[in-house]
Design a protein around this ligand. Structure first.
Ligand code: NDP
Length: 284
């Protein structure tokens, strides 16, 4: 089977070009640029890197960004106060609260406090509801990026058996809903799934999002399947690895995403996309 590597950087670059163009047009016409506020609570090193990368990506396409770094001991009320301020800031079109939050903060309460029309992560219950109805306003970035990659490579979704491995609110569930809306026959697997190998082996499309390095092995995958690897796992060697055993699985997949360089860049790109869309909606 001749495999094709799905290049997330290439797909991203295409979409970022479009974002750049549209941002320039708005700037010329309305003297405004999309604005993203990133809120970071605590000192989690991975989160700090993610936020830095997001801000750099904003700058590359002409999106204004600002960072609000709060200490680990920030209270829920202090965080709510900041979000309220950002909700009312006309220069901010998107608010990103970097997860995970410290344990003493109620994550779902915070995510619901972001104005739904600035919820560029698509995590607000109102936006989850719109997505569920098939009338999305803001689609969560990682699953959205997955669909964009499949479309870019003209990979048929309709009528295919898609298996989503993982059922989180930010990746697994929305990925399953989007695939369903593209007329795939969708199975969602999780830690309590019986006969996981059997379910995976039926898949024409696999989306792996469980956070377990090299979990998906060659013998679990059907010849010719399309394999999308969302996982980001840090190995003891310091290297990053996906949830799929890339070296093995690439031998039988028709398309496969690498880690890094697959889904990761798409997630940031779709965040930029949602920030642009938010401004476009606000100016009509
Ligand atoms: P969560 O930890 O929230 O969810 C993991 C899911 O995997 C759960 O539904 C869990 O099942 C399931 N699971 C765990 N172990 C197994 C197993 N042995 N067999 C079957 N299912 C299992 O993770 P996220 O969805 O937030 O993230 C998943 C991965 O994707 C992580 O590696 C994360 O770093 C990465 N990620 C990458 C992004 C990117 O841009 N590339 C963006 C977001 C996440 P159960 O519900 O039963 O517990």
């Amino acid at each position: 089977m001749s495999k094709k590597i799905i290049d997330g950087k290439l797909v991203s670059a295409n979409i970022r070009e479009e974002i750049k163009k549209r941002t320039k047009v708005i700037k010329e016409k309305y003297s405004r640029v999309p604005g993203l506020a990133a809120v970071l609570v605590g000192e989690d090193p991975a989160s700090q890197i993610y936020v830095r990368n997001k801000r750099k990506s904003c700058a590359d396409v002409g999106i204004y960004s600002e960072e609000h770094k709060l200490s680990e001991s920030t209270t829920q009320d202090e965080l709510l106060e900041l979000i309220n301020k950002l909700n009312n800031d006309v220069n901010i079109n998107g608010i990103l609260v970097q997860l995970p939050l410290p344990n003493h903060i109620d994550e779902s309460n915070i995510l619901s406090s972001v104005a739904s029309d600035k919820d560029v992560d698509g995590f607000h219950p109102i936006n989850a509801g719109h997505l569920f109805e098939g009338k999305p306003e803001f689609i969560p970035c990682t699953p959205h990026g997955i669909i964009k990659m499949l479309e870019f490579y003209n990979i048929d979704i309709e009528g295919k058996n898609a298996v989503v491995l993982g059922r989180s609110n930010i990746v697994g569930k929305p990925a399953a809903i989007l695939l369903l809306q593209k007329n795939a026959t969708v199975t969602i697997c999780h830690s309590r799934t019986k006969n996981l190998n059997h379910e995976l082996k039926k898949a024409d499309i696999i989306v792996a999002a469980i956070g377990k390095a090299h979990f998906v092995k060659k013998e679990m995958v059907k010849e010719g399947a399309v394999v999308i690897d969302v996982g980001i796992n840090r190995l003891e060697t310091g290297k990053l690895a996906g949830d799929v055993d890339f070296d093995q699985v690439q031998e039988i997949a028709s398309f496969i995403t690498p880690v890094p360089g697959g889904v990761g860049p798409m997630t940031i790109t779709m965040l930029l996309w949602n920030t642009l869309i938010s401004l476009e909606k606000s100016i009509g």
